[in-house]
Ligand binder design. Structure first.
Ligand code: DX5
Ligand code: ZN
Length: 214
């Protein structure tokens, strides 16, 4: 089954709680929360205070994507603010194994994200502890960018790695440039969790937008 995770990066931040309620009613499975620090990526968003503020607006899973350096400094704060799962970037962690364990010790499923230039083999030695792998299908930092076609070959390489490791239960998430065209391609290549920002929030009929991606 394909899960759809609308990214609130493309929501109206002045009415964030209402936008979240609306995509929940429109059929969203998870709420994807993009945290940016202006260092790891060239953009800034928000921190645990905002996650805590929007927590009462939905019962859906808060899927927190940390695009920040040294994410280990903030795992506990995001867990306490209401994150249901946390994904960190392999490129942002000197001690990736330790950070993955910190997420699990906070009681949450752990994900690792890979930028477009990072090969899937960096996951080999942490795969046992993962619940999700996020293949970035754009360079992270902004919504509304074009899907990078090379991502398809990378998803296939990940599928091969997961099969050879006996971990086909791990969620394969994609993030960036997902629309009705690219969703079919990534699903065919093995993705089962689709993050979508602009292709959901720019549409008036969000129920139809989510259904079309699924
Ligand atoms: C990119 C973010 C994405 C972004 C996706 O840095 O991680 O979640 O919001 O936006 P779209 O779907 O518009 O490419
Ligand atoms: Zn994201």
């Amino acid at each position: 089954m394909t899960l759809i995770a609308p990214s609130i990066l493309s929501a109206n931040f002045a009415t964030l709680g209402e936008d979240i309620k609306e995509v929940e009613q429109a059929g969203a499975d998870w709420i994807h929360i993009d945290v940016m620090d202006g260092h790891f990526v060239p953009n800034l968003t928000f921190g645990p205070v905002v996650v805590n503020a929007i927590r009462p607006y939905t019962k859906l899973t808060f899927d927190v994507h940390l695009m920040i350096e040294q994410p280990e400094r903030y795992i506990t704060a995001f867990a306490q603010a209401g994150a249901d799962r946390i994904t960190v970037h392999a490129e942002a962690c000197v001690h990736l194994h330790r950070v993955v364990h910190m997420i699990r010790e906070a009681g949450l499923p752990a994900g690792v994200a890979l930028n477009p230039a990072t090969p899937v083999n960096v996951l080999e030695n942490v795969l046992d502890d993962l619940d999700l792998v996020l293949i970035m299908t754009v360079n992270p930092g902004f919504g509304g960018q074009a899907f990078i076609p090379q991502s398809i070959a990378k998803l296939r390489a990940l599928r091969t790695l997961l099969q050879s490791s006996g971990r086909t239960d791990i969620h394969v998430q994609v993030d960036g440039g997902i629309n009705t065209q690219t969703s079919a391609m990534v699903r065919e290549a093995g993705a089962n969790v689709l993050v979508a920002g602009s292709s959901v929030f720019t549409q008036k009929d969000r129920t139809a937008a989510i259904a079309a991606l699924r």
